[in-house]
Design a protein around this ligand. Structure first.
Ligand SMILES: Cc1cc2nc3c(=O)[nH]c(=O)nc-3n(C[C@H](O)[C@H](O)[C@H](O)COP(=O)(O)O)c2cc1C
Length: 194
């Protein structure tokens, strides 16, 4: 899969097969997060890979899914993620304006996961205090987000956006994800010129 294919093919996945991801693949995903661009090359991001069956249900309970269609977008029993990567920021390195670093690192991880055949959901809606306790995180680490991972059990599709940005599910359970049209967001030389 080339990079352009990966970028266009990647969709958020919220239903997963109950098949474990080999540990070395999870490590490989963190490695491409590590290599992402970083402002001033400060590299404040750290990660916790969560694959222990004892921890997975607890982490799941800290996450909120697909707000526009809740609860229809929640993974049902037997469709839960089989691993997570918690994305942390080390305050001793950088305390604010780290979000662009996180964006670049997480997108690297999502795309590398796709190449491995793994689906992902980047989750910002996290019960952070509960997760902090579960993962035994010291106070100098900010919880930014969690990446939920697993082999996909759904195939969402992109739609040209009409009047709403809200994704929806059809009668077959397929998730449709509207994206703004290229002509609406791309201007030539001066804003407003197509
Ligand atoms: C910063 C960020 C936070 C997100 N947080 C959540 C979340 O808390 N729960 C969830 O189900 N999806 C979350 N998503 C996934 C978005 O809903 C998803 O990217 C969007 O619907 C577009 O779908 P696509 O990723 O398939 O293009 C988040 C995405 C981003 C970039």
């Amino acid at each position: 899969m080339n990079v352009y294919e990966a970028l266009t093919k990647r969709r958020t996945i919220r239903k997963f097969l109950q098949q474990k991801i080999p540990h070395q693949i999870l490590t490989k995903l963190v490695n491409v997060g590590r290599l992402a661009p970083s402002g001033s090359n400060l590299q404040p991001i750290e990660y916790v890979i969560i694959e222990d069956d004892m921890l997975l249900p607890g982490v799941f309970s800290t996450l909120s899914w697909a707000g526009y269609i809740a609860p229809a977008g929640n993974p049902q029993p037997g469709e839960e993620p089989v691993a997570y990567i918690a994305v942390l920021v080390n305050k001793k390195i950088k305390e604010k304006d780290y979000q662009r670093d996180v964006g670049a690192a997480v997108q690297n991880i999502l795309l590398a996961a796709l190449e491995e055949g793994i689906g992902s959901c980047w989750i910002g809606s996290v019960a952070k205090n509960k997760l902090r306790l579960l993962l035994n995180l010291p106070g100098h680490l900010i919880i930014d987000s969690v990446i939920a991972l697993g082999y996909p059990a759904e195939s969402p599709v992109v739609e040209e956006m009409n009047d709403s940005i809200k994704y929806w599910k059809d009668e077959q359970g397929t998730l449709h994800v509207p994206k703004r049209g290229l002509e609406d967001i791309c201007h030539l030389n001066r804003y407003g010129v197509k």
